[in-house]
Ligand binder design. Sequence first.
Ligand code: SF4
Length: 413
Amino acid sequence: MDLLNTLVDKGLRRELPTREEALAVLATSDDDVLDVVAAAGKVRRHWFGRRVKLNYLVNLKSGLCPEDCSYCSQRLGSSTGILKYSWLKPDEASKAAAAGLAGGAKRVCLVASGRGPTDRDVDRVAGTIKAIKEQNEGVEVCACLGLLSDGQAERLREAGADAYNHNLNMSEGTYGDITTTHTYADRVDTVNKAHAAGLSACSGLIAGMGETDEDLVDVVFSLRELDPDSVPVNFLIPVEGTPLAKEWNLTPQRCLRILAMVRFVCPDVEVRIAGGREVHLRTMQPLALHLANSIFLGDYLTTEGQAGQADLEMIADAGFVVEGADEVTLPQHRAEVQGGGCGSHGAEGAGCGSHGAEGAGCGAHAGEGAGCGSVCGSHEGAAEAVTVPANEPRTDLVAVRRRGAGTDLAPNA
Ligand code: SF4
């Protein structure tokens, strides 16, 4: 297919596809999905080899948010029975982080619900970052605390944060349909603040909220312009108790096309599969590793992911390898922008990636709804026969998180 050959050539040269080319990827048929994956996989392997970076979410503060993001189970008025708790203490957060790191993660993403942190909240998170860094040598820490005020990104950087996540989530044109309590411009401003403070920027999207192909291309092109080091791609988990609970409109093939489009538009950026991986890709998850070079290990913010051990087995079975703490995530030309790059823990003060911030994907603010909450519970090994026809709502795969941070039960890692 000429389209795919063109896109591979552009991806290897870090050249931006046209909007028409990006739209054409989304418009390919299910018959062509393996060709699309194979083509985007060449770009992925060129810049990231067969490495898969593992990230681990720690939900520092859950629920009780005054904002109204329609995809989010932590929103004002949500009737989803999620865990609700205020700030974890630094040692509690550090303990949760240690479980993820022991499971193979190299980055910890500290997420808190809410519109944005107060200065006191930033102090609190600074203490948590210090505790995690002291107890886990070489760990990368990304914060995801919502909209930042002046000076807060700098304080997080001084405390040792490597990255900051704040997702655009959707196109500018559709933003007001999903959230009314803050604006698209607010989000762009926070990503720019993270960049300016020298944090590695992480900013991504949520697919599956009823958007058009044009909307998806809009948000991905906007992300490319913001130039984050990592782009988390969330697939909406239509959680009961949220306004988008009926938006079951993704198929595994659609998810693969979206990831391929993101890879072609952001060829040398860490593309992370975030919330919704297990719910929407299901048994096609291993194919998605040919497109994304990063995933979350274990559970999400408010929902459960497949068992951490299953994540590791999937990576190995698909012929990929978990990225080590001593490996640099980003290609050299991006990592060098900040003089170190993710993963090169030797480089003091390096930060992860150019401009800094990577991470998120996850979480609140960032895109939670999808992000966070994904998943599934049933993965954990239950052998019950599932009789739901393909592409029907898979509410059976959505389980509210009941373990790890904020509970007395061990985390999934
Ligand atoms: S995404 Fe963040 S800001 Fe929006 S409702 Fe959820 S926790 Fe609140």
